[in-house]
Write a protein that binds this ligand. Structure first.
Ligand code: PEP
Ligand code: MG
Length: 768
């Protein structure tokens, strides 16, 4: 069964479109189960009806014509019950519905299983049999359920591909189709999609037509020539060390590059009007499919060689392409997995929005996007990325939705939101130099989180009182090697100078988890529970020492440096780090630098630290809560995984209780405590944190004016009462609604995200 499944999934994955995918499914399943009928019905969101999309065994003419209302017939029953229904004599069932155009009356036994993807019923997969005596057995039921579970993702993806082209399931034209992901950074952007992808990865090469056929042919031929020369060079170099049969492998490669082999087929596709990279991808994938289907193990293994050859050819072509990459005037960057480096490639002023298939709202790239104020949608798992290149896109970062090729009405709707947001910010500019204090005089420090120099510029113009978290890994991530001590010193000096004499809190390198350095890869099964933050740098004191040395030297004459340690889960990590910091401090002074010992603090972002606040506080000068990680670790929800994004909730009662406890314990030993997770930048979150007693709130620059405006308009007692009320509640959603309602009643409705339905309702209206 497993091998049938594997080859079925492979075939379906490589189908050109939804229609072909469904035809493959029905014909293969019918054969594998030796049943007379196999059909797929898909639920059309536009009409809310199940449409017969493909069949083997019923009359083919009925495909696309027969449809059932949402709760009609046995198909509707399977869909609404969301479980398999297995009947020996279907026509005697009260829900049986007869369609003469399918020829169905000849079939008696019925087995239907729902096709469900991310809790959404996409359709129903049905097998039928003529004899009433043949009830489908348990094994067959299990097989069909497995097929359906495996194929749901592929079907969702193909459906989305059709939708992008503006087609409904029935092939009718549709408008303003939205795709739902997870909000990454708030705001709305309208721009042109630009798909970026990691280089030399054939799977992510987008589909694009070309009218420069000669140019593409030339590009491809020169790549073939370059790869051929590479292989010959390697073969010659290794000739004396290899046996003849091993050397023959190089001949296999070279033969695959003969004009009449792979290059000939790619050239045909380019002449059909496909750009060279896309043509190469198609041919290589065809070869791979072909070899994978073979029974001969040796030939199956050749897939590795073909893939490698494809990668080499692609890499040569991309080298040429990268030199003249042109970004649209208003670029919406789209990628399978966005990286900070990709953001950095877009020319200044042209990046308006971001879309990522992988990642979630607390992935680091989303945090960076928030800091840069670029509307972002993450976790668009089913989106056909390659189809978004060059399309007009609306990115709704409030709702976590994107729209492809919007209608004029929808565009106007979102344009108005963009203007409202801009106006809101203009209105808040007057608060820039005002203190952040409540109407009854309670003062809170509003600090910023930074990573790039551009953040600093924005932060100053928003009235930040210092830096609560400088993510030093950001400058490390956009380089292709570890920055030298001198380079680091320059980055750090910029940040320290910009805010002097106000404090600048620099966190030591926090890599691991979803933050990787291309030049220091960390491959782990459970990266968030693995080698992260302080664990890495204590294992590599040479990295830690150079970094601290650069920080201390950069602080000379400014005296506003604070050092913060990430991912602390043991007291010994603090002690070891302090020992290294003192060592560097004395060495740097001995070198003649006139520096002061910086304040040192720890981040509270691991549950273990919550229970050792006093022990930690005794050893350091301050504490700062990393609520992003604390939430993920307390709730056991990977902050980077869109599948569980709806479970990641910073208003979860357990998170709030932990935050209360940290603030109380820190105060009981007289140490300042701040917070630098994203919750601090959420107006409602900021109110609760202030009520808990946090001394400073550090957030992205874009959130700062809103938070200041709310805090300046309320009194502390009101906030404490709200906190007491919500601490009695047991559901994160109810707590969030309760806080939103309080803010709305206090006149801050305009700071809350528009209702979930706004964009979607507008889209529906526009369609109808
Ligand atoms: C946090 O975990 O809340 C935090 C501020 O650090 P980062 O988001 O960089 O992990
Ligand atoms: Mg963290």
């Amino acid at each position: 069964m497993l091998s049938i499944l594997r080859s079925l999934v492979q075939e379906v994955n490589s189908a050109r479109d939804l229609k072909e995918a469904l035809e493959i499914i029905v014909s293969r399943v019918q054969k594998a189960m030796t049943t007379e009928v196999c059909s797929v019905y898909l639920l059309d969101p536009a009409s809310n009806r199940y449409i017969l999309m493909a069949t083997e065994g019923l009359y083919k003419d009925s495909v696309g014509k027969v449809s059932l209302a949402y709760s009609e017939g046995l198909v509707g029953l399977v869909g609404s019950r969301e479980e398999p229904i297995n009947l020996e004599d279907a026509p005697s069932h009260p829900r049986y519905r007869y369609f003469p155009e399918t020829g169905e009356e000849r079939f008696r036994s019925f087995l239907g299983v729902p096709i469900i993807h991310h809790r959404r019923v996409l359709g129903v997969l049905v097998v039928q049999q003529r004899e009433s005596s043949r009830c489908f057995d348990e094994g067959e039921e299990a097989f069909l359920v497995t097929v359906s579970a495996q194929l749901a993702g592929v079907i969702a993806h193909s459906e989305a591909t059709g939708a992008i082209s503006g087609l409904s399931l029935t092939g009718e034209e549709t408008k303003d189709i939205s795709f739902n992901g997870v909000p990454g950074a708030p705001g709305v952007a309208i721009g042109t999609g630009m798909v970026v992808y990691p280089s030399a990865d054939l799977d992510v090469v987008p589909e694009k037509p070309t009218d420069n056929i000669e140019g593409e042919l030339e590009l491809f031929q020169s790549a073939v020539q370059a790869v051929r020369e590479d292989i010959e060079r390697v073969a010659n170099r290794l000739a004396s060390q290899l046996r003849p049969e091993e050397q023959a492998l190089f001949d296999v490669y070279l033969r695959m590059l003969d004009d009449e082999a792979l290059p000939g087929e790619v050239a045909i596709k380019i002449r059909e009007g496909i750009w060279a990279q896309g043509a190469l991808k198609q041919v290589v994938q065809q070869y791979i499919r072909h070899f994978e289907m073979m029974d001969d193990h040796y030939l199956q293994e050749r897939v590795v060689d073909i893939r490698d050859l494809g990668r080499r050819l692609l890499s040569h072509m991309q080298e040429g392409e990268q030199k003249h990459q042109e970004y649209p005037e208003r670029t919406v960057l789209v990628s399978e997995e966005l990286t900070p480096a990709m953001l950095g490639e877009v020319p200044k002023g042209q990046l308006v929005g971001l879309v990522s298939v992988k990642g979630s709202s607390n992935s680091h790239v989303a945090i960076l996007a928030r800091a840069m104020g670029v509307p972002t949608v993450m976790g668009l798992v089913d989106i056909p990325v390659n189809q978004l290149d060059g399309r007009e896109l609306v990115v709704d970062g409030f709702e976590g939705q994107i729209f492809a090729s919007p209608s004029a009405d929808l565009r106007a709707f979102y344009q108005a939101i963009c203007e409202e947001e801009a106006e809101l910010f203009r209105g808040l500019e007057v608060l820039k130099d005002k203190p952040c204090e409540t109407t009854d005089g309670h003062r809170v420090s509003l600090l910023v989180n930074t990573g790039l120099m551009t953040d600093v510029v924005r932060s100053l113009s928003h009235g930040a009182e210092g830096i609560g978290l400088y993510r030093t890994e950001v400058p490390f991530m956009i380089k292709d090697r570890f920055p030298s001590e001198q380079e680091q010193r320059e980055y750090y000096r910029e940040q320290l100078e910009a805010f002097a004499p106000n404090p600048v809190t620099m966190r030591t390198l926090d890599i691991g988890g979803d933050k990787s350095l291309t030049y220091f890869p960390i491959e782990e099964e459970n990266p968030f529970l693995g080698w992260r933050g302080i664990r890495v740098t204590l294992d590599h004191p040479e990295i830690f020492l150079v970094q601290v040395r650069a920080m201390l030297k950069a602080s000379e004459g400014l005296n506003n440096l604070q050092i913060m340690l990430p991912m602390i889960s043991n007291i010994s990590e603090v002690e070891e780090s302090l020992h290294l910091i003192y060592r560097v401090y004395h060495e740097v002074r001995e070198e003649g630098y006139d520096i002061h010992m910086p304040k040192v603090g720890v981040m509270v972002e691991v549950p273990a630290a919550v229970y050792q606040i006093r022990e930690l506080a005794e050893r350091v000068d301050f504490l700062s809560v990393g609520s992003n990680d604390l939430t993920q670790y307390l709730l056991a929800v990977d902050r980077n995984n869109p599948r569980v994004a709806q479970l990641y909730h910073s208003y979860h009662p357990a998170v709030l209780q932990a935050l209360v406890r940290i603030a109380q314990d820190a105060r009981s030993v007289g140490k300042p405590v701040g917070i630098c997770g994203e919750l601090a930048g959420d107006p409602g979150g900021a109110v609760l944190l202030m009520a808990m007693g946090y001394d400073s709130l550090s957030m992205n620059a874009a959130s700062l004016p809103k938070v200041k405006s709310v805090i300046r308009s309320i009194d502390r007692e009101w906030a404490i009462q709200l906190l007491e009320d919500v601490l009695l509640l047991d559901s994160p959603h109810v707590i969030k609604s309760c806080v939103d309602l309080a803010l709305r009643n206090a006149g801050f409705g305009r700071y809350l995200r528009p209702g979930r339905s706004s964009g979607a309702a507008m889209a529906e209206q526009a369609v109808s």
